[in-house]
Design a protein around this ligand. Structure first.
Ligand code: GSH
Length: 207
């Protein structure tokens, strides 16, 4: 049985949960909390971060390496479909999600998550909004009128959807200026793998 050490609202963990759900793989989840150093996570991961994925003797502690493993072992062509050239573009978008979109959203998420509204630093939030807007402009162009970023649902959606879910939860800019992205996200939000992996903490804060 696969075990995933995760935090419900961590975008890297959510990415892996969506991939596991898409491939219909059974697994057990071990919850960790914000700021917690879970002893099993420290034992298995020299970086101490989540997700940590364990499949028998295989231990993986980088979300993209987990997705590559799932693709290789459980679903060739399902997470990274198509030719080597197409797969290279999917990997680039996954990396863009981690290294550009994540940092763009980070400041407003951290501000809003850690402080009461009266103490929010609006200069930080506004700069983050501008960076997020630039990401949306870029994504709108890449998506065009296609249903997915690649030829089918892929690792790209696994990586992007958590970022959009987090942006929505923390009230980042809505998508009226980005009709293709608005259409794509409205469609993706109905997907079982998104709904069934949605962070418990977001559901609780929305009640
Ligand atoms: N590159 C890693 C990033 C994982 C990561 O940054 N996880 C955060 C939670 S969103 C974490 O565990 N932070 C706590 C820590 O690093 O101690 C991956 O893709 O798995």
């Amino acid at each position: 049985m696969i075990t995933l050490y995760h935090r419900s609202d961590c975008p890297f963990c959510w990415k892996v949960r969506i991939a596991l759900a898409e491939l219909q793989i059974e697994y057990q989840l071990v919850d960790t909390l914000l700021g917690e150093k879970h002893p099993e996570v420290i034992k298995h991961n020299p970086k101490g971060s989540v997700p940590v994925f364990i499949d028998g003797k295989t231990v993986i502690w980088e979300s993209n390496t987990i997705l590559e493993y799932l693709e290789d072992v459980y679903g060739p062509g399902k997470l990274y479909p198509g030719s080597p050239a197409q797969r290279s573009q999917q990997r680039l978008l996954v990396s863009y999600s981690d290294t550009v979109i994540g940092p763009a959203l980070r400041d407003q998420v951290f501000e809003k998550r850690s402080k009461p509204e009266a103490e929010w630093d609006w200069a930080l939030i506004n700069t983050s909004e501008q960076a997020w807007r630039k990401c949306l402009e870029q994504l709108e162009e890449w998506l065009g009128d296609k249903p997915y970023f690649a030829e089918q649902f892929s690792a790209v959606e696994c990586a992007l959807l958590p970022r959009f879910g987090i942006a929505e939860t923390y009230g980042a800019m809505a998508y009226q200026d980005f009709p293709q992205i608005a259409r794509w996200f409205a469609q993706m939000k109905q997907r079982r793998s998104y709904i069934n992996t949605y962070p418990v903490s977001f559901i609780q804060s929305n009640i």
